[in-house]
Design a protein around this ligand. Sequence first.
Ligand SMILES: [Zn+2]
Length: 373
Amino acid sequence: MLFNSDARGDGCSRTTAGPGLTRFLAGFALAFAVAGCGPSSSLAGPAGGDGESPGKAEKTRTVVSKSGYDVTPLSKEEVARLAKKLDPNSYRVTQHAGTEPAFCGNLLDNKTDGVYACVVCGLPLFTSDHKFNSGTGWPSFTREIDPAHVSRKTDASHDMERVEINCARCGAHLGHVFTDGPAPTGERHCLNSASMKFLEKGAPVPAESQPVKLETAYFAAGCFWGVEHWFERGPGVLDAVSGYMQGSAGKPTYEEVSSGRTGHAETVKVVYDANRITYRRLVEAFFAMHDPTQRDRQGPDVGTQYRSGIWTADGQQRKVAEAVIRELADRKAYGEKPIVTAVEPSKEFWPAEEYHQEYIARTGAFCHVKNPW
Ligand SMILES: [Zn+2]
């Protein structure tokens, strides 16, 4: 028997549009470390009263599929939050591996061009290019839009051994895949309409169903250890790298930069998904993280390599950075003290030595900056 279900449906019902996806990180306690960068201590280290719990600060490394989508597995809490917005039928199918009755799903006979996305998290899963009429009563496809978007696992329920398919990002139950499909794959991906929402070709695509839009920003806010640590944990940030910028010599070493003679500033390169976090939000985080009224120093770290700076990639970034500085000054965010942050066009970024990367996460050291998220 070739079917994908236990067929304990609750009648034919329509799926509704899925919820928007706003990824969030588990709430952190604010870390107000006042000292400079140093080894772990009771002041603000992982066990410190004012430091954040390292467990809560953990961020799963972002995974981007070959087709350019963020497929980092969502936390259980995030999936629960998204699933709350589903209609009862979609909830039952996606969260409890349910199956809609055959010939009932609203996408079975859909012949419009477009993309079939996960009803829970919005990740594109299948396209109309691979849809075919299998005659089984469930929407059928010869392949996924990208194999990294649909995970497979053995399903031994109902005295059968089948291959269950799930959304790779949120784990939603989608259906099963069988080996009796047409060429070229020979596969039949048997789906529940209730697990998917259809995005018609040419219609606006919601943010959660779009590929990542990679952009880069550069910030100098004193010792880069803590700055990298907190930017790395920003929602929508894919990577943060410690390095050196705005100096004269190429390929500077830490020792050369520390001498203050090369003109470099310790800088963090932030690669982010512009669909999920704005450059403005990053600039705001930068100002929340450090004290931009200290000239050529942060906390106990003194020298031009610790200066406060925003190194802009283009004119648009410059406009945003200058606007945020104006707003902070206008509302006297730092009292009468002027903001001394430099805003300059970015020069070449030189990644710092490997032992500086992810220093806080690896060593439990603390730093002068605070959690801006
Ligand atoms: Zn999903």
